[in-house]
Structure formats: structure tokens, C-alpha cells
Design a protein around this ligand. Structure first.
Ligand code: SME
Length: 137
């Protein structure tokens, strides 16, 4: 249990650093596969509390990434049908999966209050962050 706490503390520090240092990262959190269930469970995050602690696979941007195993960059959330709104201030979202032993075990999810802010550099950077996160899980 001590190990688990330390991992969550480190992931929370990652969230805080990203939210603090990147002006267009306004909500930063981790979701992880919830045991054997086909759903995601919210892990450490920084930003407004969300009602969406559990997200079924396939639902919303996060749930779609749980199935696709691919980055999902959303420049304009209002153009998405399968989207779960957490806050009306959010304009864009990026979700990057985390792989451990080639299994998609979770993801980093970032909301932005800026329209269309994410570039290839965000994807490459967040892939790097996810690899680092995977290495401490
Ligand atoms: N917008 C996400 C839900 C999670 S919140 O952004 C924290 C989605 O559509 O999956």
C-alpha cells in the first residue's frame, strides 16, 4: 500500500507540473483500467473535480482511447458526438494511452480552455510522459 501511495503521489506531481507549466493545459489527469472491468477509473488529477470518476469503455474521448489504443486529439470538443463534458469552459482535449507490456492500461487526459491548442509536439511530449509514467507503475 505504501508503494501505491507513492506512485499516486508521483503521478499527482506530474499533473501539477503540467497544469502549472503549460498555460493551455487546464485540467490534467490520469485514468486507469478498473481491474478486470471494461471501464476506466479516475486516478490522480489537477483541476476542477469531475463527476466522471468511472467511464465505460467506448464512452467519451477517454473511453474511445481505451479501445483504439491511439492518441485522440480533439481541437474542438463541440464538434464531437461521443464526448463527455466535464466543464463548459473546456474547448479542446487530448488523450494519450499508457502501455505496460504492450497493454493499454490507462491514459493521460488533458482539457484545454483554449481552442485548437495541441500540436504534434504535445503528442510527442505526452507520449514521453506516458512512457515515464508506465515505468513507475
Ligand atoms: N471529456 C472526457 C471525460 C473526462 S473529463 O474531460 C475529465 C471524455 O469525453 O472522455
Amino acid at each position: 500500500e505504501q508503494t501505491e501511495k507513492t506512485v499516486n503521489q508521483r503521478l499527482l506531481e506530474v499533473c501539477a507540473l503540467l497544469e502549472h507549466r503549460v498555460p493551455y493545459y487546464n485540467w490534467v489527469g490520469f485514468y486507469f483500467k478498473n481491474g478486470d472491468k471494461n471501464e476506466l477509473k479516475l486516478g490522480p488529477y489537477v483541476g476542477e473535480p469531475t463527476d466522471h470518476v468511472i467511464i465505460p469503455f467506448g464512452k467519451g474521448i477517454c473511453g474511445q482511447v481505451a479501445i483504439s489504443n491511439k492518441n485522440f486529439v480533439v481541437p474542438d470538443v463541440s464538434a464531437q458526438d461521443n464526448y463527455i463534458a466535464c466543464s463548459i469552459t473546456v474547448k479542446a482535449e487530448i488523450v494519450v494511452p499508457i502501455f505496460v507490456n504492450n497493454q493499454n492500461i490507462g491514459q493521460i487526459d488533458i482539457d484545454s480552455n483554449t481552442a485548437d491548442p495541441f500540436t504534434d509536439m504535445d503528442e510527442r511530449f505526452l507520449e514521453f510522459v506516458c512512457k515515464k509514467a508506465a515505468s513507475i507503475l
